[in-house]
Design a protein around this ligand. Structure first.
Ligand code: F6R
Length: 276
């Protein structure tokens, strides 16, 4: 499966990165698209290519506003017969604690409404952590085991929170974390309250894949859109690698493709040009 056994502490990650650099393994690829629609199409093309190459691909999926356009394109490609999801297996990044699956704001509901109900994926191949499991600790352990049993994640789709979170790994989360119970940061509760009738209704806890779980994916497809993400994207890609900005860990992953719209890339452009 090619997953390193060593604990993913920062020193190890940097050592891996260094080795990868020396071996010439490809580094972060950043694609800047004019619009959200173009970004979503470019992302769908990458996912489609992956599924065609490996029909039993294991996809890691995200919720939130950012990947909705990607999912719409995937639905269309599936309807048009361009891609077949019958062999695809999925693992979502996260789920709220305390919401039943049928709750309109659960991530389970979100994924079925925005993708799974509209494609030919097998329901038994779809996985999200269960935020109502009797033991949340056990649920996290079992989730990790299921990912391993499936052969690991081939392609992980990621968005980014305004505070730099990936999945629900809030600032300060150790890089060696695997699936775990999370206390949501006030900024995340505030941002996600747009989906609920009031901020009081947003669950305070969630289950999330850890940073190590995410870093084990063979390929990362990172998406960001909008001016409000520009500053954090720049901190994540051009700033230091630090647990204060969880997404900065992606600088150490050997195969990241970041697709940004011009707004999200607007603080990055100059530094990028200098780097090329
Ligand atoms: C969702 C997730 C989060 C979101 C992030 C951005 O499963 O893991 O990390 O990707 O909060 O959310 P949006 O896309 O709504 O801005």
């Amino acid at each position: 499966m090619g997953q390193p056994d060593a604990v993913f502490n920062k020193a190890n990650l940097q050592a891996d990165y260094f080795i990868n650099k020396k071996r010439g393994v490809k580094q972060m690829k950043i694609i800047v698209c004019k619009t959200y629609q173009e970004m979503s199409q470019a992302a769908a093309d990458i996912v489609a290519r992956q599924i065609k190459k490996k029909p039993d691909t294991v996809l890691g999926l995200a919720t939130g506003s950012t990947p909705v356009g990607l999912y719409q394109n995937l639905i269309k490609m599936n309807r048009d017969g361009v891609i077949d999801f019958s062999g695809v297996v999925t693992f979502n990044l996260d789920e709220y604690v305390g919401l039943p699956k049928e709750h309109p704001c659960s991530y389970y509901r979100f994924m079925f409404d925005n993708l799974f109900d509209h494609i030919n994926i097998k329901k038994e191949n779809v996985h999200l952590p269960d935020g109502l499991a009797p033991s949340l600790e056990d649920e996290c352990k079992v989730y990790e085991q299921k990912i391993t049993q499936a052969g690991g994640i081939d392609l992980q789709v990621l968005g980014i929170g305004h505070n730099g979170h990936i999945g629900f790994n809030e600032p300060g989360t150790p890089f060696e974390s695997v699936s775990h119970i999370v206390d949501l940061a006030p900024r995340t509760i505030q941002a996600n309250s747009r989906f609920f009738s009031s901020p009081d209704e947003v669950p305070r806890k969630a289950l999330s894949m850890g940073i190590k779980s995410i870093m084990h994916a063979r390929m990362i497809l990172f998406l960001a859109s909008g001016k409000d993400k520009a500053e954090i994207v720049s901190r994540a890609f051009n700033g230091p690698v630090t647990t204060d900005v969880p997404a900065s860990v992606l600088q150490l992953h050997p195969d990241v493709t970041a697709i940004l719209d011009e707004d999200a890339a607007s603080c990055l452009q100059k530094q990028l040009l200098l780097n090329i």
